[in-house]
Design a protein around this ligand. Structure first.
Ligand SMILES: Cc1cc2nc3c(=O)[nH]c(=O)nc-3n(C[C@H](O)[C@H](O)[C@H](O)COP(=O)(O)OP(=O)(O)OC[C@H]3O[C@@H](n4cnc5c(N)ncnc54)[C@H](O)[C@@H]3O)c2cc1C
Length: 439
């Protein structure tokens, strides 16, 4: 799909399919099918598309496909994504004069149809290691373009589109503490008021494992997940101030680059990245050896989803995710490991943790999420530990350990306050709507 380009490191570009002879004669645009990197800046696929278009003296167009259903996304995730895309649309067309096209349905149909309709000379896309996206790309490669482009950019009714996804996905409502878009993402990274690198970096060494201090983390995962900021940009900016806080920068880059790329690689190279089959032999064996160990509690998916366990700390972490849309990184480990302890076996634990993670986390449906669950439940990218019931040699975490590390009661109270605030806001919104209806 995309040819090598002199300005990009050749290793960044992969040709998914060589152009057919008929496509080579096309003088239509270079189409960039945007999927994961939903941004204008620091976007290698867009840079490549623009360079190729310049070389061939043809226009560039950006296409985005909104799937009817993608890995269970709800209002929370879709609202964030569409609000970001609305800004991107404006930025692309007004600042860069690049038309943006939004399609709905199956990308396997909409993208080849568009390519065909506009007689695209080249189709470029960005990288995602997830199975569904890769299948889609394979399917698209099978359908070559044939005719010339006659159309121009169409109007997109963003307000109606957003209303629709909010209505359909209302079960998991939007969050209001995290503004979507590229500009907001840069503000979180480098803003003068509350930017991570500018004002909070020191706290990363001290507080990043303290769930009572969510601002100790960068807070970048929603933006990284939706591609509204580039991980490379974050790493370069962090490295440029390393001498101020070397320990914090090293720890941040370890997570942002090493851990994140390990997750991408795992999903790319391991077809069973979301099942027990994808675990190492030692982990599968130890988990199966202990699959029938007696459990003190066994909870159903529904009980877990409603935070109805006997452990107030676990319930708080589940509710932090439900209310706030971003569970603290430290609690994510405890949360998933307890699901292993309280379900009927590792397969069920994995299935439930991925389901809940994808449904409620603003940064869910991400390679980091699949691998985070695989790390917790199946020991992926970890080592064997002292053998114990249920967990076998998988790393174990417990309440007493958390108590030694942070103020557990303080965290439970903090999540309770989150719930109360959310309730108050929902009531005041209902009140406003009722008033509007009466006037
Ligand atoms: C069970 C479980 C589920 C998880 N689910 C997700 C998920 O759905 N989406 C997600 O992005 N992350 C997930 N993580 C990884 C990690 O917890 C989050 O990336 C982090 O908490 C996000 O907050 P932050 O950006 O403020 O973190 P920071 O510590 O500031 O990290 C900066 C960035 O580094 C990367 N990063 C940090 N920790 C990890 C890690 N352990 N593995 C891979 N990359 C990492 C992320 O891109 C993150 O945004 C999960 C971890 C576990 C154990």
């Amino acid at each position: 799909m995309a040819a090598n380009s002199a300005a990009l490191q050749p290793g960044r570009v992969r040709i998914l399919k060589e152009a057919s002879k008929s496509a080579g004669q096309n003088v239509g645009p270079v189409v960039y099918w945007m999927f994961r990197d939903q941004r204008v800046r620091d976007n290698w696929a867009l840079i490549h598309a623009v360079e190729q278009a310049h070389k061939a003296n043809v226009p560039v167009a950006v296409a985005f496909n909104l799937f009817d259903q993608f890995l269970g996304a709800k209002a929370r995730q879709l609202g964030f994504m569409l609000r970001g895309l609305r800004q991107l649309h404006r930025d692309l067309e007004e600042t860069h004069q690049i038309p943006f096209f939004l399609f709905r349905g199956n990308a396997e149909d909409t993208i080849p149809n568009f390519v065909s309709e506009c007689g695209a000379s080249l189709l470029v896309t960005d990288f995602s290691p997830l199975r569904e996206v890769r299948k889609c790309k394979e399917e698209i490669c099978k359908r070559p373009p044939v005719t010339k482009w006659v159309g121009t950019s169409r109007l997109i009714d963003w307000d109606s589109l957003i209303d629709e996804v909010l209505r359909k996905g209302a079960e998991v409502p939007e969050i209001d503490w995290c503004e979507p878009g590229e500009k907001a993402a840069m503000e979180v990274l480098m803003g003068s008021k509350n930017g991570f690198l500018t004002t909070r970096l020191k706290g990363y060494s001290l507080d990043r494992n303290n769930p009572l201090k969510p601002r100790g983390l960068s807070g970048l995962s929603p933006y990284l997940h939706f591609g509204q900021i580039s991980a490379q940009r974050c790493a370069l900016e962090a490295r440029s101030i390393r001498k101020l806080c070397p320990e914090a920068v090293d720890a941040f880059v370890e997570e942002l680059i090493v851990r994140r790329e390990l997750a991408d690689n795992f999903c790319f190279y391991q077809p069973h990245y979301d099942s027990l089959q994808g675990a190492w032999e030692w982990a599968r064996k130890t988990l199966m050896d202990h699959a029938f160990d007696k459990r003190e509690h066994i909870y159903t998916k529904e009980q877990l989803e409603k935070a109805q366990t006997a452990d107030p700390l676990w319930n708080a972490s589940q509710l932090e995710m439900v209310y706030y849309g971003k569970m603290h990184g430290f609690m994510r480990m405890y949360w998933a490991k307890k699901i292993l302890e309280w379900t009927r076996g590792p397969e069920e634990a994995l299935e439930i943790s991925i389901y809940l993670n994808n449904k409620y986390e603003i940064d869910g449906r991400d390679p980091n999420g699949y691998v985070g669950c695989m790390w917790s439940v199946c020991g992926v990218h970890d080592q064997g530990w002292k053998e114990r019931p249920i967990f076998g040699k998988i790393r174990y975490m417990n309440y007493a350990g958390c108590k030694r590390k942070f103020d557990v009661d303080g965290y439970i109270a903090y999540v309770k306050r989150l719930g109360e605030t959310k309730k108050r806001k929902a009531e005041s919104l209902l009140g406003r709507k009722a008033k509007e209806l009466c006037t």
